[in-house]
Write a protein that binds this ligand. Sequence first.
Ligand code: MF3
Ligand code: CO
Length: 248
Amino acid sequence: MITLKTPRQLAAMREAGRLAGQALQLAGSAVKPGVTTGEIDAIVYEFITKHGAKPSFLHYNGYPASACVSINNEVIHGIPGTRRILEGDIVSIDIGTILNGYQGDNAATFAAGDAGEDALSLMSATQQSLMEGIKAARAGGRLGDIGFAVQSYVESEGYSVVRQYVGHGIGEEMHEPPDVPNYGQRGRGTRLAAGMTIAIEPMVNAGSAGVRVLSDGWTVVTLDGSLSAHFEHTVAITDNGPVILTLP
Ligand code: MF3
Ligand code: CO
């Protein structure tokens, strides 16, 4: 069941979201050649716990870290560790927080040094596809409007959207109904209503859409080895239009 949040609950989600946004900004500023993914994770853990919140990913279904750090052909759910970021890598960081019982979830892809034109255009198209999806998250519209907006933008740029993983409702739980696919048809699916809170999170591959999970059980990589980018915001649907809850 989709729960509609009250203004009070939305205010609490904005605080959780703000912290997630600040943690993501901090993590992104730490992305540099020579830094390990585990160091990024430690920065995120420190920041979130110092502010009286919990990193929502830590121990979620056995996940061992506070952030997901996914490099180049890794799409999502990269486990932080001893791997060093190299000059020219693109690094997708995903961070969730729980503050006062409410969740915030966001992600972005950052370049380490000079990643080159192809990587930068993939990143900016993915970020823009998220903005297109957010613009389509309007009360009275349909869930399919969001997926359609994301997919049509991504494909117009010559990239492909991952199908096996999707965005989600969010609130007191990180994953609530409904699923929020990054593909779909305009005018189809669940009616969008004021008070819904959803995480929209396009995962965009430079090559084909296929992905697989590595033997660590978590890391999702592109099947064809192509680069992938990931941007995510937690968004509230309101009578005054979509409101991004994860701005820092
Ligand atoms: N932001 C992701 C999601 O929306 C990451 C959660 S995976 C976890 O599902 F296991 F690390 F928590
Ligand atoms: Co998410």
